[in-house]
Design a protein around this ligand. Sequence first.
Ligand code: FAD
Length: 450
Amino acid sequence: MGEKVIIIGAGLCGTLLALRLAQRGYTVTVYEKRPDMRKNTISAGRSINLALSDRGLRGLALAGAEEDVLPLTIPMYGRMLHPQVGEETMVKYSGRDGEWINSVSRGGLNMVLLDKAEATGKVHLHFGKGCDEVDLETGSVTLRDEATGSTFTDRAEVVFGTDGANSAIRNAMLRESARYRFDFSIKYLPTAYKELEIPPAEGGGFRLEKNALHIWPRDGFMMIALPNLDGSFTVTLFLPHTGEVSFAQLTDDILIRSFFEQYFPSACAHMPDLISDFHSNPTSSLGTVKCYPWQVNGKFLLMGDAAHAVVPFYGQGMNASFEDVLVLDGLIDKYAGDWSGILEEYQQIRKQDADAIADLAVENELEMRSATADPVFLLKRRIELKMEQTYRDYFSKYSMVTFREDLPYSYAMKRGRAQDEILMKYAAGINSMAEFDEQEVLRLIHTLDG
Ligand SMILES: Cc1cc2nc3c(=O)[nH]c(=O)nc-3n(C[C@H](O)[C@H](O)[C@H](O)COP(=O)(O)OP(=O)(O)OC[C@H]3O[C@@H](n4cnc5c(N)ncnc54)[C@H](O)[C@@H]3O)c2cc1C
């Protein structure tokens, strides 16, 4: 029997980690607070989807799960921008063929990973068992049976905290922050979000373009929609908590309806259950969690959202969490399974990349809700797409983050920001693509290599 490890949290990161560690020969005990979603899918109700891109796919491929997940995905080739008035426009994600992002059901993906992990025979899944307390010195964890309230303890050489944005393992580290010099911050955005739905068309099919991520940018707020396999779209409204145009103002059905009719007429027409969805679905906050160290005593390690919850505007939280598993996996051989070496190097190499995607995600909110309606930005995007079509080695910031899984997020951020600055200035100085001088743009970009 392989060495035992414990994973707290069977979400997206925890299940991929469990699968991979089992493939590595470890015996994996997983404790998950919620019931088994494979037996409770109907009560789960709403379908929530996520954008899965190359970093996430690479993590899945490492564990041989990519082929199982791809049938659950819908390719999204670009952003379909819906102005308040006028025609919608499709802006492709990449100028190159073969580069797109994928809409995938969160639950569907999680269930595939649970099944695959369980099928190894080395992963023991315990549902309805929430972790309350941990002993950071000894590596023991205290679990509570959510049904009976009874508690028990378990112990392993190493415990992974993949228990999400409100991690109990992280809270235990925070309680002993002075001892472990544990830094922690959570920075909330003024923006909140609510999930809504565009159902399938009557008789089946999609009411909007299927292969796109739809955006209704409204300067200060926005709505997005991602397709589901059943023909529906999961819609997310991002709107400030308070202020002139905000959730706080949407206090009755008439106000809610007139808000949607005013700002999102093209979507509203496809949302027959808008009012009931609006009332039954929660309004949730968005925040960035940063903390460090991620490991304590070579016995506990935070991964995924527990270590670095990011706001969703780059569609990278899950992708980064899957990349976490890949990075950790790469260190197991290097340290011949010695957890203290693995955990220490893991946090050292990974922290700057987690910080980078956290910062990029905050910045991208502005790009999505405002810049996508700005003519200079749209011209800059057209220039970038043309550059990507023409030059194999040119990658926009978005492409580096989303399609270049071989580049660290920190590199993509630095290089991408510098390119953006050059291109925004250039786009502001011309009137249309007719004035675009490819060689001049290339020269400007190459100044960054010098
Ligand atoms: C609105 C929104 C949209 C998003 N869109 C995207 C996207 O398009 N693309 C993308 O890549 N990412 C996206 N994300 C981010 C993505 O959801 C997360 O990054 C991802 O789920 C992180 O996986 P995780 O396993 O770390 O955490 P989670 O998936 O949250 O899993 C944590 C698990 O731990 C369990 N748990 C919690 N506490 C305990 C405890 N005390 N004991 C035991 N178990 C516990 C939970 O029940 C859960 O199952 C989005 C996030 C939000 C909020």
